[in-house]
Each structure stands twice: as C-alpha cells, then as structure tokens.
Design a binder for this molecule. Structure first.
Ligand SMILES: Nc1ncnc2c1ncn2[C@@H]1O[C@H](COP(=O)(O)OP(=O)(O)OP(=O)(O)O)[C@@H](O)[C@H]1O
Ligand SMILES: O=c1[nH]c(=O)c2[nH+]cn([C@@H]3O[C@H](COP(=O)(O)O)[C@@H](O)[C@H]3O)c2[nH]1
Ligand SMILES: NC(=O)CC[C@H](N)C(=O)O
Ligand SMILES: [Mg+2]
Length: 543
C-alpha cells in the first residue's frame, strides 16, 4: 500500500458524485463533464464496496460497460448503493443493471444493435418528479447510443420518460425514488443536451454545489500540505520543466517555501537550451529552490552502442535513478545543515488522475507498449513510503485542470501550455543509436520546427510536435556538391488524451518553409519528411 496521504480525491471538501465504472470507454467522460460543471466526480471500479467509502457521495452514476447484465460473470454493483439514500443514475449498462436487479427478465438481447445517432423524444407529463431529468430541455434531441441489449419491460415502480427510434425505454425514472436510467450516453459530445442532463441530475436532483474550482482546490491543498508536512518538514522533488512537475513544484513552494528542494537532471538529451530555460523559469520566475545536475556526459556515454528502443529507455530510467539517488543524498545532507528544519521526510510526485484511473480500471491496466521512463522508476525508498512519504497533490486532476491550477498559481501562459516532453527526451526521437552529432542535429531541427510553429500561431492548436532524426542517409545536392545526410522526420499531432492521435494538417507552405530552413541551417541533413501516421497504429513518439 503506497503511503499516498496527500492528493487523494478531496471528496470530503467538495460535494461529490461517485461514478462507478463498469468498463465503458466513456466512463471517464462522465467525470470530465461533471468537473466542467464545477462539480467534483470521483471514478471508482464497479466492484467498490460502499462500506469502504470514507465519505458520502451526493449521488451515484453507474456507467456503461461491455458486458450483458444477464451473462455469467457480468459485474454487479454493491446492493448497498441503493441503501445510501442518494440519487442514482444508470447509463446504458448502468440502467440495465438497475432494471435487472428489479427482475432479471427486464433485460433482453435486442434484435438490432443500436450504435450511433438516434432521435430521442422526451415524454413530459405532469409528474414533476419523473420529469426532473429532462427539465428545461426540448422534447426532441439527437443522442448517441451504443448497445445491443435493451429493457424488455419496465421495472416495477418505474415510468418511461423518453423513447427513441429503437428503444421503447430510452430513459426511465422511478415514480417516487430519485433513481433514473438512460439507454444513451449523455457524456459523449455527440449527444445533444448531454451536459445539461448531467447538470439536471447532479445539481437539481442531487443538490451538488458547483464549487469545484481550481482557486478553491489550491487553498485547500496548500492547507493540507502544511498540515501534513508540519512547520519544519522538508520535501524533495524531481522536476523536468514540464507542466505537471512545474505546477506541483510551485504549489509546494507556495505551501512550504524553501523547505521544498527541486532537482532537475540534465540527461544530455534535453532540447536546445532547455536546462537553462527551465532553470530561469523555476528559479527566477517562480522562486523555486532548484538544483540542476549535469549528468549529460554519463548519459551520452552509456547510450553508446544501444540500438534497441527498450534498451535505451531502460538505460535512461536506470541511470536517472542512480544520478538522482546520489544527488538526493547530498541534498538531504545540505537540507539537514540548512537550519530550515528537520531532514527530508517527503517526496513530491506530479501523478495525474488519468494515471490513477488507469491503475484502478475495472478492466485492469493496459498492455505495456513502451516502458515509460517516469516517476515509477524512481528510487524505491522514495516511493514505497518506507523512507520518504509520497505527496501527490495533482493526483485527483486532469491535465487541463492542472493547467488551470498553474494559471491560478501565476505560472505564465507559455509554460502552462507547454507540450508534454518525454523523460527520455531526444533519445527516443533518434532512431537507433544516440550520438552527440545526432543529438545536435535533432535539437537544431526541433528548435526550427517549434519556432516556426510558434511564429505561425499554431502551437496551441497542436497537442505535441517535434523533429526526429532518421539515421538512414540519403543523397542530396547543395551548391552543386553531393551531400549524404540524415533524414529529419517532423511529427505534430492533435489529441485529447494522448491515447489516440491524428497528424496535424499543416498548410503546405508552412511545411516547405520548415524544410527549407532545416536543410539550409542544420548541417548533416539532406531530407525532411512529415509523418502523417495516426495513433493507432502509430504511437506519438517514434520509439
Ligand atoms: N530531466 C529530468 N529531471 C528531473 N526529473 C525529471 C526529468 N524528466 C522527468 N522527470 C520526472 O519525471 C516525471 C514524469 O515526467 P512527465 O514528462 O510525465 O511529466 P512532466 O515533465 O512533469 O510534464 P509533461 O507531461 O508536461 O512533460 C516528471 O514529473 C519529473 O518528476
Ligand atoms: O514522461 C514520459 N516518459 C516516457 O518514457 C514517455 N514515452 C512517451 N511519453 C509521452 O507519452 C505520450 C504518448 O506517447 P506514445 O504514443 O509514444 O506512447 C506522449 O505525450 C509522449 O511524449 C513519455 N513520457
Ligand atoms: N454501452 C453499454 O453500456 C452497453 C451495455 C450492454 N453491453 C449492451 O450491449 O447493451
Ligand atoms: Mg515531461
């Protein structure tokens, strides 16, 4: 059990809707939509025991899921949910679960699967209670469906509140209790009025206050950190200059000042002038107590002769630990002597909510496609709670919420909107063996590409962009002379969650301009290409 005592979802401080996940691809969208409405939602697996909750949610949503409620081994909700005395909304599988519990015959396999758009008609009557879910909405709307099973009969005590082309029971409501079911998915943007429906449920029916704002979260988290760390405790943290670790570091600085010790490792595969830039941003702009360790020679030396992507990633992860561990000891000694307090007792991590959801998912964590160098690879004593206690203040937040929190903390927009940058850096953007020459070429080409993207005002429309080096060489001609140089691969994608992505559609003139600058300004390059592969089947990084 990790000793994550801080940064757990603040369900006690904010009205919370509990979303129980039956494995739908869209479950996390339910929590997203609610948070956009300034209502905190926590997502937990459908197998959660209500008795294990340490708070009382204001309402519960049962998500969709790939199973059929009537099949052997299908997941079922803890019946105690119905004893909580709070409103319940079942979505797709969740509605089928409500009906199945009333009587298993209520759910049947449909003859037609209903996948995609459907026209919904709300049947408003004069019963204010059952009409509450659709209050204030037009009677007809286009909604998005994805199901094969359906209700064959209305569960006892329920009323039909909407029908669709193929579903007689597209929405149901209990006649007296606050229990509702929807066959369609209000959480997907393709469903008209979906957010309004969720708002009707969470605000009007459950009575949630819409006060989940980053400003309130910040005050609360600072108070919690101060309380946990105490007046003298000291905290260590690895920072990369990326959004997550910068926001976490600034939050820590606000909470405990110079008793927070940040460490940046220069691994030799950072972008052009990146370490200097991060140092300026963190030290001067944000006033963070930062130590930069230049271990570039060790990393580049160790990368020699490594061609395989996984070997490269593992080496960088391992080396990172060695360097960090050695430096942490020095910092701990310095901290002890600093007179600022006691020795270091805590370790800061920038873990986000999607990572937490992934590890909690009812379907289990997904397959490893790449070994990500991240904090999972940090020295064990820092993360197992035995040596240093873990603090993860961003653990309940999505990336856009972290960005919002960054703005609230006064971090400048350019830093807040930075594209993510992987821990192994340019090393996974050079195919095969990493050499100093290829790092130089990759850096220069990347700098040109990103500067041009910024100049063209496209940076914020793109989720991530970079230039990579293909070490195969191609022949070119420059100034009547034969050149035999590397190939640069430009990559730019748009994505919301980095799980799927599409190549960005640049104007042709833009790509020509970038090509021109790279072949002219970066010595050793003969060709420039643009990678248009989507994810899947590609990935965002090349290795
Ligand atoms: N060069 C580095 N020096 C110190 N810590 C690092 C370095 N690179 C990565 N880390 C650590 O690994 C963590 C994971 O990196 P990751 O790239 O996922 O997050 P980030 O850099 O904070 O944000 P972003 O996703 O926006 O790049 C960082 O939060 C940081 O703690
Ligand atoms: O901190 C990190 N350490 C890593 O080892 C790593 N590998 C990939 N990435 C980032 O993850 C996102 C998805 O990348 P892929 O499609 O290449 O898997 C993209 O944003 C990638 O930049 C990493 N981040
Ligand atoms: N999206 C869902 O929740 C689907 C529920 C169930 N598996 C069905 O096919 O009807
Ligand atoms: Mg990063």
């Amino acid at each position: 059990m990790a000793a994550a005592t801080l940064g757990e979802v603040p369900t006690k401080a904010f009205d919370t809707i509990l979303t129980l996940d039956f494995g739908s691809q869209y479950t996390h969208l339910i929590t997203r939509r609610l948070r956009e409405l300034n209502i905190l939602s926590e997502m937990l697996p459908c197998t959660t025991k209500i008795a294990d909750l340490d708070y009382k949610p204001k309402g519960v949503i049962l998500s969709g899921g790939p199973y059929s409620v009537y099949e052997d081994g299908a997941p079922h909700v803890d019946p105690a949910v119905f004893e909580l005395g709070v409103p319940i909304l079942g979505i797709c599988y969740g509605m089928q679960e409500i009906a199945w519990r009333a009587s298993p015959e209520n759910v049947i396999a449909g003859v037609h699967r209903e996948y995609g758009h459907s026209n919904l008609k709300a049947l408003k009557g004069d019963d204010a209670h059952v009409d509450r879910l659709f209050a204030g909405l037009e009677d007809s709307m286009r909604v998005w469906m994805s199901h094969g099973d359906k209700l064959g009969a209305l569960p006892e005590g329920f009323h039909t509140v909407a029908v669709s082309d193929n579903s007689e029971y597209a929405a149901i409501a209990h006649k007296t209790k606050p229990i509702y079911g929807l066959q369609f998915h209000p959480e997907v943007t393709h469903s008209q009025n979906g957010t309004q429906l969720l708002k009707n449920f969470a605000v009007d029916i459950c009575g949630c206050a819409q006060n989940w704002t980053m400003a309130r979260f910040l005050d609360q988290e600072i108070a919690r950190i101060r309380d946990l760390v105490g007046p003298e405790g000291q905290v260590l943290g690895a920072v990369s200059g990326g959004v997550d670790s910068t926001v976490a570091a600034k939050l820590m600085k606000e909470a405990i000042g110079d008793r927070f010790w940040a460490v940046l490792v220069n691994n030799g595969v950072m972008r052009l002038d990146e370490c200097e830039q991060v140092e300026r941003d963190l030290k001067q702009h944000l006033g963070i107590n930062l130590t930069v360790i230049d271990a570039s020679k060790d990393f580049l030396e160790g990368l020699k002769g490594l061609h395989d992507p996984e070997q490269k990633r593992k080496f960088i992860g391992g080396k990172f630990i060695d360097v960090f561990e050695a430096e942490a000891q020095k910092i701990e000694e310095a901290a002890e002597k600093s007179g600022k307090g006691t020795k270091i007792g805590f370790f800061l991590q920038g873990t986000l909510y999607p990572d937490v959801i992934e590890s909690l998912s009812f379907k289990g964590p997904s397959a490893t496609i790449k070994t990500h160098h991240n904090v999972g690879g940090l020295p064990e004593r820092m993360t197992n709670g035995q040596g240093l206690q873990l603090i993860e203040p961003l653990r309940s937040l999505y990336k856009d919420e972290v960005r919002e929190l960054g703005r609230t903390l006064g971090i400048h927009e350019e830093l807040v909107m930075r594209h993510p940058f992987p821990g192994p850096g340019i090393a996974v953007r050079i195919l095969g063996e990493v050499t100093e020459e290829k790092v130089r070429i990759g850096r220069q080409a990347d700098h040109i590409f990103i500067s041009e993207i910024r100049k063209a005002g496209l940076y914020d429309q793109i989720s991530q962009a970079y230039a990579a080096v293909d070490p195969s060489r191609a022949v070119g001609v420059m100034g009547d002379k034969r050149v035999y140089g590397y190939i640069i691969i430009l990559r730019a994608v748009t994505t919301t969650d980095f799980m799927t992505a599409e190549a960005f559609n640049f104007p042709w003139e833009f790509l020509q301009r970038v090509m021109n600058r790279i072949v002219n300004e970066v010595h050793g390059v003969s060709r420039v290409t643009y990678d248009i592969t989507s994810k899947p089947p590609g990935t965002i990084e090349l290795e």
